[in-house]
Design a binder for this molecule. Structure first.
Ligand SMILES: NC(=O)c1ccc[n+]([C@@H]2O[C@H](COP(=O)([O-])OP(=O)(O)OC[C@H]3O[C@@H](n4cnc5c(N)ncnc54)[C@H](O)[C@@H]3O)[C@@H](O)[C@H]2O)c1
Length: 375
């Protein structure tokens, strides 16, 4: 086992090195075993990768795939690359329609060996890392958020580097904080978020970019705005109100908003978000001048959204019962995103503005509710 002996020696030297850091650490290892933490260069990373030419279809694994975004992304990617080339995974039991719509597998991102087995056995070439605890849920369980969003990410980065995968990790408007410029927020500026969610996402951006420069990892990251979808429920974020209003408007005609009426946040319809994800994953290397991009579509307040919904459902009654935790989070986030770099580099363009968003959501939820009533 000469490799392990050599690594043990390097690790020992690193541990014994003076705190000044004069002896640079040359391997990405947290423990010594035969693991991706041994990857030492870009060429090592590609040595482990399966042969994958641009003409082949990628073989995609989506982690945390049963949340608000994963099922929709799997549908889009399966349409493009074939049903069996996209594997959804999560730690939860899938509903039967999801289970029967294509490959599904159990994967806990905290279990490194399980991840490696899936990647190897299925010859995965692209990894879309959606597992996370979102902002409001993260504040309610900081220890778990730290484990899933930070320790889990380390496993993902190591797996991706070891097997030469193209890796997508979403970031968020929550990666900015009260000292960031808020209207608009550019790609590069001060990032001092005040939530564990935001801190973990800044960590993910920086670690992904570090692995890109250090090991040649093909890391790609988009900062999503709040995402609005009709057929999947949000997972405990601060922008959830902008989904709930549609359900309540159709079902009860009343909506109680947990943010103040003038709280402005960037938002996006799910179809735009998923298409952006596919487009940045397919973008030729030479078009990417950065590894982490803002993407933007629209920006509105609860009051503006309610007014737009009331154009279609004039009887909707809206009241405000402020949730202080969510309000404090929202007040520290961008009001508007500057996504000029995404538009210039790889041609990002959104399709949905506020009126189209409201019409689409009401059509979808309205028809679902009519079907439910008929049954
Ligand atoms: N939805 C949004 O508005 C939004 C906005 C910005 C960024 N994002 C990012 O997009 C990604 C997907 O978001 P979402 O809204 O679908 O999230 P979600 O909360 O709806 O789903 C996250 C999924 O992760 C899974 N998960 C939790 N712990 C896990 C573990 N140990 N191993 C494997 N899976 C685990 C959960 O079971 C859940 O299905 C997240 O990384 C999120 O930060 C989402």
């Amino acid at each position: 086992m000469p490799v392990i002996r050599a690594l043990s020696k390097v690790a020992k030297q690193a541990l014994l090195a003076p705190a000044c850091g004069c002896q640079p650490l040359t391997v990405a290892i947290r423990n010594i075993s035969f693991s991706p933490r041994q990857v030492t260069s870009a060429s090592d990373a590609s040595f482990h990768s399966v042969s994958f030419s641009e003409t082949d279809h990628p073989k995609v694994l989506i982690t945390g795939g049963l949340g608000q975004l994963g099922v929709g992304l799997a549908k889009l990617l399966r349409k493009r690359f074939g049903k069996n080339n996209v594997i959804l995974s999560d730690i939860r039991k899938p509903p039967s329609n999801v289970f029967h719509s294509g490959p599904f597998i159990y994967s806990d991102i905290l279990d490194y060996k399980n991840l490696r087995e899936i990647v190897v056995n299925n010859r995965i070439t692209w990894l879309v890392h959606y597992s996370a605890l979102l902002s409001a849920v993260g504040e309610a369980n900081v220890a778990l958020a730290r484990a899933v969003n930070i320790t889990g990410l380390h496993n993902i980065l190591d797996i991706a580097a070891e097997h030469g995968l193209r890796l997508f990790v979403p970031s968020t408007i929550g990666a900015f904080g009260p000292t960031s410029p808020r209207n608009p927020t550019p790609d590069l500026c001060v990032q001092r978020p005040r939530t564990i969610y935001g801190v973990s996402k800044v960590h993910a951006e920086l670690m992904g970019e570090y692995y890109h420069h250090r090991y040649g990892l093909d890391f790609r990251c988009l900062r999503y705005p709040g995402i609005i979808s009709a057929d999947s429920q949000p997972g405990g974020g601060t922008t959830d109100y902008a989904v709930q209003i549609f359900h309540d408007a159709v079902k009860t005609g009343k909506f109680e908003c947990n943010l103040k009426p003038d709280t402005r946040l960037p938002m996006m319809y799910i179809d735009d978000c998923l298409r952006a994800t596919l487009e940045v994953m397919e973008a030729p290397l030479e078009t990417l001048s950065m590894r982490t991009y803002n993407i933007n579509a629209m920006s509105f307040t609860p009051e503006e959204l309610a007014n737009e919904v009331q154009k279609q459902l004039p009887d909707l009654q809206v009241s405000y019962e402020i949730d202080s935790v969510r309000q404090a989070i929202a007040d520290s986030w961008p009001m508007n995103f500057d996504d000029t770099n995404a538009r210039n580099d790889w041609g990002w363009k959104h399709d949905y503005d506020l009126p189209e968003l409201v019409q689409t959501m009401l059509n979808y939820i309205g028809s679902e509710s009519r079907i439910a009533q008929a049954n």
